[in-house]
Design a protein around this ligand. Sequence first.
Ligand SMILES: *[C@@H]1O[C@H](CO)[C@@H](O)[C@H](O)[C@H]1NC(C)=O
Ligand SMILES: *[C@@H]1O[C@H](CO)[C@@H](O)[C@H](O)[C@H]1NC(C)=O
Ligand SMILES: *[C@@H]1O[C@H](CO)[C@@H](O)[C@H](O)[C@H]1NC(C)=O
Ligand SMILES: *[C@@H]1O[C@H](CO)[C@@H](O)[C@H](O)[C@H]1NC(C)=O
Ligand SMILES: *[C@@H]1O[C@H](CO)[C@@H](O)[C@H](O)[C@H]1NC(C)=O
Length: 260
Amino acid sequence: MGLARTKNLSNLLVLLISFSCLEFGCAVDTITALQFIKDPEIKISSGGDFKLGFFSPRNSSYRYVGIWYAKLSESHVVWVANRDRPLKTSSGIRTISEDGNLVVLDEEKKIIWSSNVTNSVSNPSAQLLDSENLVLKENNTGSILRESFQHPSDSLLPNMKMITDTITSKNVQLTSWKRPFDPSVGAFFASIYLFNLPEMFIWNDSKPYWRSGPWNSRIFIGIPTMYSLYLDGFSLVDDKEGTFYFTFDFSNKSCYYIVP
Ligand SMILES: *[C@@H]1O[C@H](CO)[C@@H](O)[C@H](O)[C@H]1NC(C)=O
Ligand SMILES: *[C@@H]1O[C@H](CO)[C@@H](O)[C@H](O)[C@H]1NC(C)=O
Ligand SMILES: *[C@@H]1O[C@H](CO)[C@@H](O)[C@H](O)[C@H]1NC(C)=O
Ligand SMILES: *[C@@H]1O[C@H](CO)[C@@H](O)[C@H](O)[C@H]1NC(C)=O
Ligand SMILES: *[C@@H]1O[C@H](CO)[C@@H](O)[C@H](O)[C@H]1NC(C)=O
């Protein structure tokens, strides 16, 4: 009897483990307070297109939490969390904190980066989608608390919305890396700006550095290469309530755009 019970107990343990996997998704693409990642672990989006984890830029020992193309090399990092606060050691942790935020912790478990969502909720989880979007959501309702698509780094990815709200003056902007191997926030940033017609601007600090020319309902007229590209993918949407966004989606997923 005792033996059988032990055996049953181990079966029960196996069952419990697989149940808790079901419950927590056991997903390779999800972070929860219990399913955190520790350097050098990674998460992979469900379709295998993007990886989330720790990386060091070339010739650097600093560690950053980022998202990169899984099928290209680590040098194609498209999003970085702790841009201005690199980890000095390989003991970083990416997890959900007690207040429900997605955080990066250093080796002393001090928070060095936080998603800063104010209205904290119980049981949130963060999922890396196959679009590259990293969404922090409330577990029960699935409502989205924060998404990396609204806080991009230097890369504009398919289906990301470069939003400009002319009423609140809030916008989604891309910001350059400081140097090719230094992801800290650089001087250049890009966003959609409205003169008479919306256009894309790149600023060098406060000075305009480049402009796309107005959107003519199909393309930005100042970008010669836009004439030759397959054009169906681009759109600039005006919701007529003061908000504009630029977005694109290539039919060929192996194409991508990176703003300098
Ligand atoms: C990286 O270091 C190597 C040798 O230490 C050097 O040859 C190379 O120029 C460096 N690359 C960059 C981008 O600094
Ligand atoms: C979160 O808030 C802190 C303190 O205000 C700030 O330093 C940090 O940059 C914020 N993080 C993000 C990702 O906005
Ligand atoms: C997520 O929500 C489900 C019900 O919607 C619940 O059963 C489960 O325990 C929750 N997971 C966590 C990690 O809280
Ligand atoms: C950006 O602005 C800085 C300071 O005004 C200037 O030194 C630098 O040359 C500018 N960069 C480019 C690429 O124009
Ligand atoms: C997509 O683009 C890649 C690289 O430019 C090319 O090799 C491939 O054939 C394209 N695929 C389609 C379906 O057009």
